[in-house]
Design a protein around this ligand. Structure first.
Ligand SMILES: *[C@@H]1O[C@H](CO)[C@@H](O)[C@H](O)[C@H]1NC(C)=O
Ligand SMILES: *[C@@H]1O[C@H](CO)[C@@H](O)[C@H](O)[C@H]1NC(C)=O
Length: 391
């Protein structure tokens, strides 16, 4: 098991700023937005530790994937041990956007802040599409309905700190999410907006797993939850094969995308067809939208993906409203089909005390909900649900 000192030395420098225009964070035109770089001290005693080979080329990665994708009967060693203590100082890049008129003028729904965590393969831009924002930008839509949104690059992604892909994992990020939620509740990182009336966790995919697990651990950390791209029926040993993973730093776009300094634990699917295979459902997407998603894709740490199975999702002490939204034909979390009741039953059992529970399938849609045709139908479900429940 690596020492803490060794782990600390594996922390890579935060990528420096280059030209202002290249790195500028898009702000929807109907919103008042403030960008933050937030220093946090993370600490958890639930961290996992990588106890396998750290590959250095794509053959090594592929060998690992073939073992991880095999039936357990093969007896290949599990490369993870723990729990261990983990402590580090990191910086998280977050953006807060609220309606123009400000608190008090935005009607009944004024005062609710959505804390949005993106999934694997994305950065915070998942919520904030520059491509056809009227069709795909969740932040713009939510702001138009009177809501404020705080969305951030998760650890290891975009403008947030990078740590080894063999160390970055859900338990560390749950700690970060909890700290962000606590800060928002006291009015920090909300520009001139002031103190939110309520904070609601909003997730997509891995970001939903984190949000769900945080509410299981700390039910008081939010007033409601919207969990999108989440169900509990993945075939993770098949999923890891289906990603068709490559070491991000060795991909042809690595230099341009600032992935060169990521260690070999950061991986990404190989090309646009890998993206479609995992995240989109034909014919409900346009070529230019999937090209935009592919151009903006982000690597993820191998242990992020593998750490999902270590989480507990039962949140019997969380009483707030909970809504699930999944694409009907989601591959990663439903093995290609979320119908037949496989979403609602386990989801409802995890949130047995929720005062308002709803589960929806978005027809003809895959995993990447915000980039499918009619994404705004899903956006409307979210804000309607919040309004119906006084949030
Ligand atoms: C780490 O992996 C080695 C080799 O597979 C194994 O022998 C050892 O028991 C593992 N350590 C822990 C703590 O599981
Ligand atoms: C999008 O909405 C339109 C109009 O309601 C409908 O005809 C179409 O089938 C929808 N597309 C998808 C992919 O759901």
């Amino acid at each position: 098991m690596p020492s803490l000192a060794l782990l600390a030395s594996a922390v890579l420098a935060v990528s420096g700023t280059t030209t202002a225009t290249f790195n500028k964070i898009y702000h929807p035109e109907n919103a008042v937005c403030v960008d933050y770089t937030i220093p946090l001290s993370v600490a958890t005693d639930k961290a996992l530790s990588w106890n396998g080979t750290q590959w250095s080329d794509n053959f090594g990665l592929t060998d690992f994937v073939s073992m991880a994708g095999s039936r357990p009967d093969a007896g290949f060693p599990v490369p993870i041990t723990g729990p261990v203590d983990y402590k580090d100082d990191v910086e998280i890049s977050g953006t807060f956007c609220s309606p123009m008129k400000g608190l008090g003028d935005v009607g009944e729904s004024g005062g609710t802040v959505l804390l949005a965590s993106h999934g694997l393969g994305f950065d915070k831009g998942y919520w904030n599409s520059e491509h056809k924002p009227e069709d795909y930008n969740f932040v713009q839509f939510a702001v138009s309905q009177g809501y404020a949104v705080f969305f951030y690059d998760r650890l290891g992604v975009g403008k947030s700190s990078k740590i080894s892909g063999f160390m970055n994992q859900a338990p560390i990020q749950i700690n970060i999410l909890g700290q962000l939620s606590a800060a928002l509740k006291t009015g920090r990182y909300t520009g001139d907006y002031g103190l939110p009336k309520s904070v609601v966790l909003l997730g997509h995919s891995f970001g939903s797993f984190l949000s769900n697990a945080l509410l299981a651990l700390e039910p008081e950390s939010a007033d409601g939850a919207i969990l999108t791209g989440l169900a509990y029926n993945s075939l993770s040993n098949v999923q890891i094969e289906a990603f068709n993973l490559r070491i991000a730093a060795e991909q042809k776009e690595a230099m341009m995308r600032e992935w060169k300094d990521l260690d070999a634990g950061y991986v990404t699917w190989d090309d646009i067809y890998g993206n479609v295979n995992n995240f989109f459902k034909a014919p409900s997407y346009s070529l230019e939208t999937v090209e935009y998603a592919e151009k903006n894709k982000q690597p993820f740490g191998i242990l992020e993906f593998l750490s999902i199975s270590s989480l507990s999702f039962e949140a019997p002490n969380f009483a707030g409203p909970v809504m699930y939204i999944a694409g009907e034909y989601d591959f990663p979390v439903c093995a290609g089909y979320c119908g037949g009741g496989i979403l609602e039953k386990p989801a409802k059992s995890f949130f047995s005390a929720s005062r308002a529970f709803e589960a929806h399938l978005v027809p003809l849609t895959g995993h990447s909900l915000n980039f499918h045709e009619n994404a705004t139908d899903g956006f409307r479900l979210v804000t309607q649900f919040l309004k119906n429940n006084g949030l």
